[in-house]
Design a binder for this molecule. Structure first.
Ligand code: GLU
Length: 455
């Protein structure tokens, strides 16, 4: 059975890079009827916050990526890690090291002077030096001293590290707390993770984790190191480029499925297909097809994908989303489906859609000052006459044409004052559709409001 996991450190919000890695893990597990686990890596008590952990879970809920089993918190597992440290010491695969900070600094200085890379020299390995009183020892693992540490990465192919790139690194600090790579390896093993899909910023951790697996005599999982997402200039994705909290996308009117669809395509493709239902993704996704080079974040593509999803959304779901996030309740609006049809075509986010729809639902409370200067009592009289004329005509477009011809008027002579009355500004949706959605009765009310404003 394939078991994957997403293991965020709750030092901040879930950003889109994290969400993409999680999505890859989620799809791969679901595709194989396996398990997708969620683990909160909160051992760094100083840097972690409970609020961040909560925000991460909230984002998962929003995108509806449910995980299997209980969410694990590393901060609750210190006893377990201590047992495994003990076990490695008993197996002779790890040992206490009593070097002081001053001694370590001196060693590092000497090595740097000689132009060498600083590394622990193994002086307490195999009991070469006796324990020391008054020093709380760290625990170091016996890393391989020669040869290579190699593995077959599902994306990068064969990855090899020379053993001399590792030293006997610390697995438990002098205060007995376990170190990062140790707990990751223990947890992945204990929870039965078979496939580790993570950002390739973790690639340098992998040989250490493999050394831990080997020390226990365990088989290593399959690793997939996913290349980063870069900005359009090829640099690190920053907040300005869109590397923000996933929940900011909700606030800005993106649909969760659209965001996931966009993210899956950053690094993975299936021919030139752009839009995938979740069922299709579950059928088609395979992490070994993830591109080996970095992908570029393209904000206008995300808007395009979002628009495709907005267009395809049912009225009921659209109404529910607008109510939840944009304080707009269309459920009592008579011509809501016509209104949505109009807005869907134009709006690439729900935020913009809500703004457009509100122009119909709410009467204008203010008017564009420049446009207002175009309105005269004469133009208002034209509009009123037109509304009387159009009242019982079903075909509003025909009515407009007929009226303009009969009165010998140009379209703007009617359209501008009418739009200002309806929406507070001279530009906007087409007149006939606007009238069909609002109805002539409502249009007359808005004309009277404008009249009051002018007088
Ligand atoms: N906790 C790590 C992070 O948030 C991920 C570790 C892993 O996936 O192995 O970057």
């Amino acid at each position: 059975m394939i078991v994957t996991r997403f293991a965020p450190s709750p030092t901040g919000f879930l950003h889109i890079g994290g969400l993409r890695t999680a999505l890859f893990s989620y799809l791969w597990a679901r595709k194989n009827n396996g398990k997708f686990l969620l683990r909160i890596e909160d051992t760094d008590l100083a840097r972690n916050s409970e609020a961040a952990a909560k925000a991460i879970l909230e984002a998962f809920e929003w995108v509806k990526m449910e995980c299997d089993g209980a969410i694990e918190y590393q901060s609750k597992r210190f006893d377990i890690y201590a047992q495994y440290i003990r076990r490695l010491i008993d197996r002779g695969e790890a040992y206490y090291c009593y070097m002081t900070k001053e001694e370590l600094d001196a060693l590092r200085n000497e090595q740097q002077k000689r132009g060498e890379r600083p590394r622990y020299d193994g002086r307490y390995r195999d009991g070469a030096l006796p324990p020391r009183n008054g020093v709380n020892p760290v625990v170091r693992i016996k890393a391989p001293q020669s040869g290579t540490i190699a593995f077959e990465d599902g994306i990068k192919g064969r990855v090899e590290f020379n053993a001399n790139q590792l030293d006997d690194f610390i697995i438990a600090r002098s205060d007995k707390t376990p170190t990062y790579n140790f707990v990751v390896a223990i947890d992945d093993r204990m929870t039965g993770v078979t496939d580790v899909i993570r950002g390739d910023d973790h690639l340098s951790n992998t040989p250490k984790q493999i050394a831990i697996y080997r020390a226990f005599g365990w088989d290593i999982p399959k690793f997939y190191h996913v290349p980063m997402i870069l900005n359009a200039e090829g640099g690190k994705l920053s907040k300005r480029d869109g590397a923000t909290d996933v929940m900011e996308y909700k606030k800005a009117g993106y649909l969760p499925d659209a965001l996931l669809n966009f993210l899956v395509r950053l690094g993975w493709s299936y021919g030139d297909q752009e839009i995938f239902s979740r069922e299709e993704l579950l059928r088609l996704f395979d992490p070994s097809q993830i591109n080996g080079s970095a992908s570029i974040f393209n904000a206008s593509k995300l808007l395009w994908v979002n628009h495709e999803y907005i267009r395809a959304l049912s009225d009921d779901r659209l109404i529910a989303a607008l109510k939840e996030d944009f304080d707009l309740d269309l459920s009592g609006f008579e011509n809501r489906s016509k209104l949505l049809e109009l807005c869907k075509e134009k709006a690439r986010t729900l935020e913009i859609l809500a703004q457009e729809a509100k122009k119909f639902v709410l009467r204008p409370t203010s008017y564009n000052e420049k446009d207002l200067a175009l309105v005269t009592s004469q133009s208002l009289a034209i509009v009123s006459k037109f509304l009387d004329f159009a009242e019982d005509k079903k075909n509003k477009r025909g009515a407009i044409e007929e009226f303009l011809k009969a009165e010998n008027l140009t379209t703007p002579q009617l359209g501008k004052p009418l739009r200002i009355a309806l929406f507070g500004e001279a530009t906007g949706a087409s007149l006939d559709v606007s009238l069909e959605i609002l109805g002539v009765r409502e249009a007359k009310i808005r004309i009277n409001l404008l009249k009051e404003r002018i007088e």
